[in-house]
Design a binder for this molecule. Structure first.
Ligand code: M6R
Length: 618
């Protein structure tokens, strides 16, 4: 995933573009670039490999020009380098383009365009798929098309999902944008005598809250006075902006050292916002407004399939547990990227629930359309982004209201997704008559304690830091859990891998003796998630087996659990809670353990290598 910005107005474009890119750096950060046109069409392009700060040093060299586009890259085709950084320019230097997405047929297009390039004594300037786009536009212009039509024709020839922004030297007071499929979206921002373009709202908020989201197939022609959109063959129209209700403070790091830490600490508030109005106690009702399915449809659900990727998949695994335990409905989970290429047996009585904080993850969107194309199964999506592609494709949505999540590691949206899944289990159980009013009330009252469980978990930050400082040099961790804590063990391991670059595996504790135990010795630390619950004794046996191999054990269990504390090397006590609510008491601790080891190792926590916040490419 990459970040795109654009500006046209009366001010100097380069600093505005750069500032916008700073808010999009979470989307990609291996190289960046800016192109600016002055009033006479003189073009200046600045590109650098590395983070935005590497571009910043040369920003003062950029001439003043009041229209331009910018890009921050997450490499797909060709390694991170200045040569592959966007913007890319047509061979004749007239058409300048930035892109987010993948041109799946770029090889064919290159082969088609190559003879023309060679005849004019030119060759490709990068390894990217992007470079075919300015060339296709240039060809269409040479055939006599207007720039807008040339852009539409070029984008129409691309396979895959793409968002494109472009400038044309012969039209210096204009920027263009196109959206084809779901490529993380592209938004037009409305100012006073100036207009903006960005892949995501945080890049716009300092300038405007008046926006228009381009739809699939839209071509936007933007100048300082407004935007005209063309869609299909219909006449162009001036879209009405909508107002976004988002505070610029929500996208600022504030006093926190990292966005991840800020977002970990925002969890009690984020959880309360997710739950607000959705856990009504009298008369008891879960999700009174979000599930737009009829009561009859809810009663007829015979099976639930929960899908997602990464952290969202771990939330899906916990959701499966709750749907079985609370609603008493058969439930499964699946990895969306695998599910979409299988031929599972679904039908109109299977509810498919997709979990995706961004609502734009390509694997999850692929799975949603796989379901839509093959089965008449009802679909619900759980996402943090209102209006995201997942909300457009599913039949109903639960929008989390966690506020923007900027850190690459999902934290507050994980606990938000958990709350939504718990509420869903309650609603289904009640709709199907398996939960009485009183039982539903009790379950909802339990959930209302979740924000305070998380709050108390956050108070363990110093303890997590002091434990993890002792393992700064560890190259491996095994994380064990059972039952509802097993997906949490996987989530803890994922967090360690992605921000600390420590190899970590999350395992069901019962599985350990079937292989992984061979790895253990005194240099292989094990994190055991062992709150008191139905499987506690089995966890204790697994911990004994680990101890017998001399591996150091860090246990996360109920505060005051002297038996566990005595058995292990390091004990972290979380607030005791009911067996179904441990995901809320344990989540902040597993996040903080990973955060503090990354911090002790001096790593770039908000922008871990090779990753991007939203994965919009295959
Ligand atoms: O936006 P989504 O929830 O669909 O994203 C899915 C995964 O890419 C995401 O959870 C990823 O694993 C996170 N970086 C984990 O912290």
């Amino acid at each position: 995933m990459c970040g795109i910005v654009g500006y046209v107005g009366r001010q100097s474009a380069a600093p505005i573009l750069f500032e916008g890119l700073q808010h999009l750096e979470y989307r990609g950060y291996d190289s960046a670039g800016i192109a600016v046109l002055d009033r006479d069409g003189a073009l200046a392009v600045l590109k650098r490999e590395g983070k935005l700060r590497d571009l910043e040093a040369s920003l003062t060299e950029m001439p003043r020009g009041s229209a331009g586009i910018g890009h921050t890259r997450w490499a797909t085709h060709g390694p991170p380098s200045e040569r592959n950084a966007h913007p890319h320019t047509s061979a004749a230097g007239e058409v300048i383009v930035v892109q987010n997405g993948i041109v799946e047929n770029y090889r064919e297009l290159r082969a088609e365009l190559e003879p023309g390039l060679a005849a004019s004594g030119r060759s490709w300037q990068s390894d990217t798929d992007t470079e075919v786009i300015p060339e296709l536009i240039a060809r269409a212009l040479a055939d006599g098309l207007s720039f807008r039509d040339a852009l539409a024709q070029a984008v129409g020839r691309l396979r895959g999902a793409n968002a494109v922004a472009a400038v044309y030297r012969r039209e210096p007071g204009r920027i263009y944008a196109a959206r084809q499929g779901s490529a993380g979206g592209i938004i037009v921002g409305f100012g006073e005598d100036e207009m903006f373009l960005a892949s995501d709202l945080p890049a716009l908020l300092r300038h405007t809250t008046s926006v228009y989201h381009l739809e699939d197939g839209d071509i936007a022609e933007i100048d300082a006075d407004g935007v005209l959109v063309s869609r299909g063959g219909a006449p162009s129209f001036a879209p009405q902006p909508t107002q976004v209700n988002l505070d610029p403070v929500a996208v600022a790091r504030g006093p926190y050292r990292h966005f991840m830490l800020k977002e970990i600490h925002e969890q009690p508030r984020a959880l309360s916002d997710t739950i607000r109005g959705r856990a009504r106690l009298s008369p008891p009702r879960a999700l009174p407004a979000d599930l737009t399915f009829s009561e009859l449809a809810l009663r007829n659900i015979e099976r639930v399939l929960v899908i997602g990727m990464g952290t969202s998949l771990h939330a899906a695994m916990i959701g499966r547990w709750w749907i079985e335990q609370i609603a008493g409905i058969p439930a499964d989970f699946d990895n969306a990227s695998e599910f979409r290429f299988r031929a599972p047996l679904l039908g109109p009585s299977t509810l498919v629930v997709s979990v995706t904080q961004s609502g734009e993850t390509i694997d999850t969107l692929g799975a949603i359309s796989h379901v839509r194309e093959r089965w008449d199964a009802p679909q619900l999506t759980i996402t943090n982004v209102e209006g995201s592609e997942a909300t457009r494709q599913a039949d109903a949505s639960i929008v989390l209201r966690c506020g923007p999540e900027i850190g690459v590691a999902s934290t507050k949206t994980f606990v938000g997704s958990l709350a939504a899944l718990y509420l869903l289990a309650c609603r289904l159980g009640h709709a199907q008559g398996r939960l009485s009013d009183a039982e539903l009330s009790g379950r909802l009252e339990d959930l209302l304690t979740a924000p305070s469980l998380v709050e108390r978990g956050l108070q363990l930050s110093d303890r997590c830091a002091s434990v993890m400082r002792q393992f700064t040099a560890a190259s491996n961790f095994l994380v064990l859990g059972r039952g509802i804590e097993y997906p949490l063990a996987m989530e803890a391991a994922l967090k360690c891998k992605e921000i600390s670059y420590v190899h970590a595996e999350g395992y069901a504790a019962g599985e350990m003796k079937h292989g992984p135990i061979a790895l253990l010795d005194d240099g292989f630390p094990v994190i055991a998630l062992a709150p008191r619950g139905p499987l506690f004794d089995k966890m204790m046996s697994a911990i004994q087996q680990v101890r017998a191999r001399a591996a150091p054990v860090i246990a996360v269990g109920d505060a005051g659990d002297a038996e566990l504390d005595e058995l292990v090397d390091h004990f972290i006590g979380v607030p005791p809670t009911s067996a179904l609510l441990t995901p809320f008491s344990l989540s902040p601790v597993i996040q903080l353990l990973a955060y503090h080891i990354a911090l002790a190792r001096g790593l770039d926590i908000d922008q871990p290598r090779n990753l991007a916040k939203t994965v919009t490419v295959e």
